[in-house]
Structures are given as structure tokens and as C-alpha cells.
Write a protein that binds this ligand. Structure first.
Ligand SMILES: C[S@@+](CC[C@H](N)C(=O)[O-])C[C@H]1O[C@@H](n2cnc3c(N)ncnc32)[C@H](O)[C@@H]1O
Length: 232
């Protein structure tokens, strides 16, 4: 299979788990375009996976300076083959507080996570939010788009086995198969331990960092985006 095939398959898979994905990505890019001062916003995509946000952002704002962080060697292999060389793809573990030391820049206009932070336990995610805010220039923002159901509701998504089927296909691929073995070593069990607190939890956690009042920027069923701007 080609990189394009893997990317298409990933998007079909993510669309099952993230209703309104296209709209969510477009809204993130709208926010980046609206809030960033110059023509070349510097953007960090944490848990950026195969690079969907990065490539959509570059299609709309070709001057954007983009960094993608991920730990998964499969995701990074697909992203590396699909994204232009101007994108800095960084292999780093968001569970490790030292991860920011691997970044090519110390400051960003926007730091965005899409469906990427639900593998982290509460204490680590709270600390990570503060780390993300610390990377943002004055007046920029941190945003997280994920399943954040209303209190008591169940997360959206599908457990029809599509996730396992896609990963079985990757494991059987002669090029990407070895990276699946490496992925299991790097992540251990943590990719199966998902945690979906309500948006109110995320707002409280963000507020512990160096940001102005965080807010829910939009909601689509269980999906929501929380956004926090840094003081000007
Ligand atoms: C469901 S995928 C979403 C990827 C991408 N944001 C998208 O929307 O297509 C979650 C991503 O988070 C990454 N991730 C999970 N835990 C991580 C960690 N501890 N460090 C770095 N990346 C991590 C995974 O490797 C994966 O690429």
C-alpha cells in the first residue's frame, strides 16, 4: 500500500471515531488564521499522528511553520512520507515532562491536539496543559479537540472493531510492520487505557496553567474543543 492509501484508511477510521472531524479541523485552522499575527503562524500539533492537521493547515496557509510531535513510529512513518520537509516531525513521549526539550522552537502561536490526549492520566494531562501553555507566545492559544461528554454521558465513537482491523493491516504490511512491533514496545498498554472526562474537567485543568479564562469553543455531540488563550 502507498502512503496515500494509509492516509485515506486512517481518515476513514478516524471519521468513525470522530463525528464532525472535517469541521473540527477546519475550525481549528480558522482559529489559527484569525488569531495569529503574521502571515507565517508557528503551530505545534501534539499527538499529530499521520499529519492530517498539518497538511490541511499548509494547504490553507502555506507559510505556516509547523511542528508535529508523536511517539508512534507508524504514525511518524506515514506522516514523514506525506508531509513536506518544511514540517518538523519530532518523536517524543508526552508522558515524559522532558519532551519540550526536543522541540525545534521555544515559542508557538498555537498549540493544538486533536483526539490525542485521552491516553494520558489526569495528573499528567494537567501538567501537560501547563507545559503546552508555557510554549505559547502572549495572545496565542492552546486547544484540545476530543470526546468530552457532558457529565454522565457516554463518549461517542465506534467499537465495531475497525480500529483493530486497521492496525492488523498495518502489522501485516512489509514496510510498516516492524514499526508496529516498535510501537508496542514504546507504548506498552497505554494505548488501550482511554480516559474521557467532561469538558468541565479540561477547563479546570487548563486553568491551573498560565492562561486566561479557558472556554469550550464548540461542541458537536460528545466532541468538544476547549481553548485557552495566553495573556497578552
Ligand atoms: C487517535 S490518534 C490522533 C492523531 C491525529 N491527531 C489525528 O487527529 O489524526 C492519537 C495520537 O496520539 C499519539 N499519542 C498517544 N500517546 C502519546 C504519547 N504519550 N506521546 C506522543 N504521542 C502520543 C498517538 O501516537 C496518535 O498518533
Amino acid at each position: 500500500m502507498t502512503t496515500g492509501d494509509w492516509n485515506d484508511g486512517w481518515e476513514r477510521l478516524m471519521a468513525r471515531y470522530q463525528p464532525g472531524r472535517e469541521q473540527a479541523i477546519e475550525r481549528m485552522i480558522d482559529l489559527i488564521a484569525a488569531r495569529c499575527d503574521g502571515p507565517a503562524p508557528r503551530v505545534l500539533d501534539v499527538g499529530g499522528g499521520t499529519g492530517t492537521l498539518c497538511s490541511r493547515l499548509l494547504a490553507r496557509i502555506p507559510e505556516a511553520e509547523v511542528t508535529l510531535v508523536d511517539l508512534d513510529p507508524v504514525m511518524l512513518a506515514i506522516a514523514g512520507a506525506a508531509l513536506p520537509s518544511s514540517v518538523s516531525a519530532v518523536r517524543a513521549d508526552l508522558r515524559d515532562p522532558g519532551w519540550t526539550g526536543l522541540l525545534p522552537h521555544s515559542g508557538y502561536d498555537a498549540v493544538v491536539a486533536i483526539m490525542a490526549l485521552h491516553y494520558l492520566p489526569p495528573d499528567r494531562l494537567t501538567a501537560l496543559y501547563a507545559e503546552l501553555a508555557g510554549l505559547v507566545r502572549a495572545g496565542g492559544f492552546v486547544a484540545n479537540v476530543d470526546d468530552m461528554p457532558e457529565e454522565g454521558a457516554v463518549p461517542s465513537g465506534s467499537d465495531d472493531g475497525s480500529w483493530e482491523v486497521w492496525w492488523d493491516q498495518v502489522a501485516a504490511d512489509p514496510v510498516l510492520g516492524p514499526a508496529v512491533v516498535e510501537r508496542a514496545r514504546l507504548f506498552g498498554d497505554s494505548t488501550s487505557a482511554e480516559w474521557h472526562p467532561p469538558a468541565a474537567w479540561h477547563l479546570r485543568a487548563l486553568k491551573a496553567g498560565p492562561v486566561d479564562e479557558p472556554a469550550v469553543a464548540w461542541r458537536n455531540g460528545a466532541q468538544a474543543a476547549v481553548v485557552a488563550f495566553t495573556p497578552r
